[in-house]
Structures are given as C-alpha cells and as structure tokens.
Write a protein that binds this ligand. Structure first.
Ligand SMILES: [Zn+2]
Length: 175
C-alpha cells in the first residue's frame, strides 16, 4: 500500500464543501435575497398553501423564510437563496406588504381588516377583535399556518393595528 491510494480517496475539498452546503440548506443566512433583512422561519406547508403558482417549484425539504419588509416584493425565500416567491405569486394579499391597505386582512382566520377594526372603534369607542380572535383560538377554529401568509398567529399584528387606529383617534379628538 502506498500513500497515493489514500490520497486519491481523500478529495480534501469535498467534505467541507458538502457540510457547508447542507448547513446552508438547513438554515441559510435567513436574509432576504431582495432586501437583505432577516426573515422569519415559516413552515413549508404555509408556502404551499399560499402560492397561486405550480407547487412544482417548491423544495420539499429545507427551510423557507417569510420577509415582512413592507416595500420588498419578496414574501418567501429559500434558506440557500436559490429561489423566492413574490407577493404576485400568492393567493392572498399580505398585510405586512400592504400596511396602508385597509381591506387587506390582518386576521386571516376570522376575517378582520384594518377597516373593520376601525369601523368598530369609531362606532363603539372600543374593539372586541382580540377577544374574538382569542375565542376562535380557544374553540380550535384558527388555521394560521395555512390561512395567514406569515404562518403564525395574527394577534401581534392585530394589536399593532388597534394601537395605530386608537392613537390616530386620540390625536383627532383632544381630551
Ligand atoms: Zn425582503
């Protein structure tokens, strides 16, 4: 046996590259390839549910991320940056991408929009939207992973919309 036979099998470049690649496939940088902002991990089932294009472009394994930057058209991107999906390729308009659109849902399971939240606050001075969403969650009626483009519960976004509307009202009506 000579040293040469081992050298042939070693291919020193291969191992580190493979490890690096599979690491990138699993986690990636998490940075949106379009706006370079850190995305939020999202289950592949959410991407599958949201796309209006053929699912043949979907990678069945690996991590997808959700980009919530308002002025970035990319909604989902794959961990290794090899492909991404823009808002035009989705079945639903995305609340985070249309922050000024009053009729784009903020709660996708129970159909609350900034307009409906505002209408209730203007009519009654308060909002029951959080209670309604919580009641739905407790009843097992929510399906955030397949209805909400961000793939998770909407309550944080709902509270942010409520706060914005309430603050705008307070500025209009001096105490
Ligand atoms: Zn982005």
């Amino acid at each position: 046996m000579s040293d040469d036979c081992c050298a042939v099998n070693l291919t020193p470049d291969e191992t580190p590259k493979t490890v690096e690649m599979s690491f990138a496939l699993k986690t990636g940088t998490g940075l949106c390839p379009a706006c370079r902002t850190k995305g939020k991990k999202v289950d592949t089932i959410t991407v599958k549910a949201m796309l209006n294009a053929s699912l043949r472009d979907i990678s069945p394994t690996g991590q997808y991320y959700f980009c919530k930057t308002p002025d970035c058209a990319t909604v989902y991107f794959f961990a290794d940056g090899s492909h991404s999906f823009t808002k035009d390729q989705l079945r639903e308009p995305v609340h985070q991408k249309e922050p000024a659109a009053e009729t784009v849902p903020v709660c996708y399971c129970f159909g609350h929009t900034p307009a409906s939240i505002r209408a209730e606050i203007e009519a009654t001075g308060e909002s029951t939207v959080v209670d309604d969403v919580n009641t739905g969650i407790k009843a097992g009626q929510c399906a955030c992973e397949v209805r909400n483009p961000q793939g998770s519960c909407c309550l944080g976004n709902v509270r942010a919309v409520m706060k914005e509307i309430t603050q705008a009202q307070e500025m209009k009506t001096p105490a």
